[in-house]
Design a protein around this ligand. Structure first.
Ligand code: PLP
Length: 456
């Protein structure tokens, strides 16, 4: 057994958590997770939870995989660490690079490894700037991203990100990073068809490029489907138009696939579903299912040619670039994904099942609209429903209905995330259709509890 109170006391005395209000944490006490198996987690009080969030969008093959443990232990025994600076390499890193490009879109033959998604995006910023320097256009330094995006917590990652709450806490974004609106039909699409809105939202990129001067613009970065921003699924017209605009002005296209990569949307990479052909892909999370930290950048032909054939040294890298234990974990993770056909399962079976199940929640009196793509889904809690999502009446922001709902979920054994009053899931890709039904029935029950609270 665990002494939850003692652990909580030590936690609040010594442990500074990411993205946490420590005053509130001290009052309530941290939830202590102690074990995982498949799609389930157990906390220190013995509560069993179905993990609707794959940890933090990452435990794609589920918890407690003995073959992952074995692969990691084997590599720790053989060679726990070596670096890949200065002309050295290691076996798992080489094998992983060669396998990753097999799953990447056509034209990707090179990988740069990092320890996380934030480092992957930092690497991309430096790589993009170096690319344009090699190409004799060093003035191309502007990078365009989107409001409400999340691209990490390092200085460059948080600058690329468009979360106002992060920028407000000091001196961000760094110079050269610009933001356009996010392609949220619910938020910005009133009076338009979805298709029209997709073209309109992509048009904001062209307007920004022209405002900055196309000769100054280095790259555009976006997630195929925005994750932490609230599972914002763009209209089908959006990405092809973004691609056309990037092509027109020679701007590099970067797809942040830290969440969408490795099967989340039913394809190996989200851009493959969206009709975009990025030059660079950031990945992390699902590459190793979070068992050991790993991230990286898939480098397409255009940038690889400049870096490899013309660039000389690229003065950039991390101690843990190509960490052999992380790469061994990723190799086993990929083996599981391929052997169990997880990507196809999301596309053909579990993704459509989640869509139908979430669709059934849309009739709930508290739900304005619900949508889903692959193994991720979101729904909006509203005060008053309407036939069109644009006519639903939202709750006053201060009410914190999303947080109330999230607490009910936890108390009733399901982990779901609240982004304001939008409730989202991204379950492990191994979740079965029966487990999806179990999760959605618990969600429905907690929506009822939340409705009772707000009715009072
Ligand atoms: N990019 C996206 C789209 C993410 O969702 C995240 C993390 O949630 C990151 C980057 C940052 O990754 P990390 O937390 O591994 O640094």
């Amino acid at each position: 057994g665990f002494d939850t109170r003692a652990l909580q006391a030590l936690d609040s005395a010594h442990y500074l958590h990411p993205f946490t209000d420590h005053g509130a944490l001290r009052e309530r006490g941290a939830r202590v997770m102690v074990r995982g198996d498949g799609v389930y987690l157990w906390d220190s009080e013995g509560r069993k939870l179905i993990d609707g969030m794959s940890g933090l969008w990452c435990v794609n093959v589920g918890y407690g995989r003995a073959s992952m443990t074995a692969a990691v232990a084997r590599q720790m025994d053989t060679l726990p660490f070596y670096n890949s600076f200065f002309n050295t390499t290691n076996v798992p890193a080489v094998m992983l690079a060669a396998q990753l490009v097999q799953h990447a879109p056509p034209g990707f033959r090179h990988v740069f490894f990092t320890g996380s998604g934030s480092e992957a995006n930092d690497t991309i910023v430096r790589m993009v700037w170096r690319y344009w320097q090699i190409m004799g256009q060093p003035q191309r330094q502007a990078i365009i991203s989107r409001h409400n995006a999340y691209h990490g917590s390092t200085v460059a990652g948080a600058s690329l990100g468009g979360m106002a709450g992060m920028h407000a806490q000091g001196a961000l974004p760094i110079p050269g990073i610009h933001h356009i609106g996010q392609p949220s039909f619910a938020e910005h699409g009133r009076g338009m068809s979805e298709a029209e809105f997709g073209l309109r939202a992509a048009g904001w990129l062209e307007e920004k490029i022209l405002e900055l001067g196309p000769e100054n613009v280095a790259a555009f970065i976006g997630e195929p489907v925005q994750g932490a921003g609230g599972v914002i699924i763009p209209p089908p017209t959006y990405w092809p138009e973004i691609q056309r605009i990037c092509d027109k002005y020679g701007v590099l296209l970067v797809s942040d696939e830290v969440i969408c990569g490795f099967g989340r949307l039913g394809t190996w990479f989200g851009c493959q579903l969206m009709g975009a052909r990025p030059d660079l892909i950031a990945f992390a999370k699902g590459v190793s299912s979070g068992y050991v930290p790993l991230g990286g950048v898939l480098v397409g032909a255009r940038v690889a040619h400049a870096l490899v054939e013309k660039g000389g040294d690229f003065n950039h890298g991390f101690t843990y670039s190509g960490h052999p234990v992380a790469c061994a974990a990723a190799l086993e993770n990929l083996r599981i994904m391929v052997d169990e056909g997880l990507v196809e399962r999301v596309a053909l079976e579990t993704g459509p099942h989640l869509k139908a199940a979430f669709g059934s929640l849309a009739t709930h009196p508290l739900v304005g609209h619900a949508e889903s793509m692959g193994m991720t889904a979101g729904l909006n809690l509203v005060r008053r429903k309407a036939a069109s999502m644009h006519d639903c009446e939202a709750f006053p922001p201060g009410l914190g209905v999303g947080m109330v709902c999230r607490a009910h979920m936890f108390d009733n054994g399901v982990i779901m995330r609240a982004v304001g009053d939008r409730m989202i899931v991204a379950p492990p890709l191994v979740m079965t259709t029966a487990q999806i039904d179990e999760m959605v029935e618990r969600i429905r029950f907690c929506l009822d509890l939340t409705l009772e609270d707000v009715a009072q």
